[in-house]
Write a new protein. Sequence first.
Lengths: 187, 408, 165
Amino acid sequence: MSRPVQYNTNNKPAVIPEGYSGEGFMATKMDQLVGLGRSHSLWPLPFATSCCGIEFMGTMGSNYDLGRFGAERMGFTPRQCDVLLVAGTISKKLAPVLRQVYLQMAEPRWVIAIGACASSGGIFDSYSVLQGIDQVIPVDVYVPGCPPRPEGIIEGILRVQDLVKAESTRRRNHPRYKELMESYGIE
Amino acid sequence: MSDQNNTQHIQLAEESIQKQTTTLNLGPTHPATHGIFENVLEIDGEKVLSATQRLGYIHRAFEKIAERRPYGQIQPLTDRLNYCSAPINNIGWQLTVEKLLGLTMPKRVDYLRVILMELARIADHLVCNSVVAVDTGALTPFTYVFQMRERIYEIYESICGARLTTNIGRIGGFERNFTDESWKKLDEFMVVFPKTLKEFESLLNRNRIFMDRCIGAGPISAERALNYGFTGPNLRATGVDYDVRVHSPYCSYEDFDFEIPVGTNGDVYDRFMVRNAEMWQSYSIIQQALTKLKDLDPSVYHADVPAYYLPEKKEVYTKMEALIYHFKIVMGEIDIKAGEVYHPVEGANGELGFYLISDGGRAPFRLHFRRPCFIYYQAYPEMIANGLLSDAVIALSSLNVIAGELDA
Amino acid sequence: MTNEYIQQILSDKFGAAVWGFEETFGIFSFNIKPEINTAVLQFLNDEASLSFQFLTDLTAVHYPDRKDEELCVVYHLHNLVANKRIRVRASVPVAQPDIATMTNLFSSANWMERETYDFFGVNFTGHPNLVRILNADEMNYFPMRKEYPMEDPTRTDKDDEMFGR
């Protein structure tokens, strides 16, 4: 006697990339397939500095559970991670460290700036605080808040997932991307 | 033969191939440091010989910013000092300004503040202890305990609207009365918390592996701790029962009956046990406060100081004096007399002191935070010398160094 | 141990080099000449009837208007047994901000003096490692002094008319 399903009763079909399907096969673009796979298994690198870091810990906890979206395994080494989550204030003393960590990440890599301090310096308009991490590294998604609610951080991850799904596998050779990297002085 | 016994101290160059020790950099961004500060260790195999530290990676210049902001606007800054227990910082700041202005609060405000401060203390100790457990490899208690933190966040949210950096209360009381919803959440918390804490303790307190791991790691004696300016649970773990709530009572703490748990060796296990015991004491204080609150008028949530506390909106729209007070408070042009006050509160890490010098202007002339983390973190090299590298890691997490409070 | 007793015993020992005894908000404070800070703090520490053996806080205040006494180094001491706090102030001129270190007596003074040096430029003679602690090592000014702004002085994108520095 099976237990009736109580909660998750909405019928949510999986998102399949558009393509041509037939009896037992489906043809789609390689980019979309890779993007689908990548977006649902992003490995985040938490660069948690201050209060937003504690809110990030709460997001990883069981109540808000970031692991549902594929971000279960948090690697603390940049070599193995896809997404750099910068949560918290970055001071000018830490900026070279942040840049070094970003440079060590392998392509493809994305950056989320969590919180007001990482996005733009936040409430600390002082001599020692970097007014936004986009002064040293390119940022993909900004999550405002001080600290943002865990739902906000999850929304940030979901927006990165959208970016990842739509991305070409030859992004690193694209001229606009190269121009962006050069404007930051990154090879 | 005798020449071989006559050993000489040989100085080898840094790059020399025969240099026996390794320089290991633990930080600034390291999962084990739980914060942004750098430890450079000299290790010989697994044994730590010496350490130096570099801080300032999250220096946000609070003291300089505070010289530009009126008194009410400094409160959100104080949130971000020890962000795991933000209400304690907020209420400490309010108490400092109230001391300067000579205001007394009604009992109900005091008891409500005590409840919030003890909840914050529980929240901070939960983080510290579960992180010590994570560093020893016990990853599960962290998830159980964070559920309790979520409950505390929900209580804060129903009172002030924010989860972590609460900005709770104002100079003169609270911004609004506690709603029925927050009392309901608090009562639920009081029922659920003891069960979770008992479960947490049963997993770790008498766990043979945990005890063998933590006893004797990162010890410090009471004399050295006092010389290094330790306060709070780290000092109490060495055997000195100094608690600001008892020594210099503030906010009606003298009305409450609680014990000060102390340890003996000042090692990681003692700090862990002291924090656990303090959580039970905080729980008992909240229970006492809830009983005491039943006898007080439930509509009082601020002191009657219209010059410093924002008047009710409907009065602002109808009465002239209320309008003028509202304008002056919001623009920061309130009358603060000149004076020099130092007010300590018992933060989750120790004596959090606010040294405020006012010259009568709208912003403080000088505001200095006596931050316990900054002062006791100096002792870290002495605590881990001649210990193992893994002991150095758990000693660091048991000290509960919060980077926001360290660098301010 | 009353305030009068502390005042009496200090004046007897140090004479005119200690002055300005007052009690502000529960803490008894007084000023001393900067040259005798080691002697005074050692005396407060060793004397059995005083025994202020806990250094709560060490910081500085910049008073730009007081000529030759701009930087005031403030020590907060605490006698844990008798539960008494005192505040000792020693002012040094900004042109020659030298004062002796207290690290031999209190190990906690080490970083607190570094922080005070970092922010105000007070030179603690005899300190084992007086370098910047919280600010960037390359910084060449002392930011907490009143003449420097809160924001980064080299910043070009914040409009003075709108934000009013």
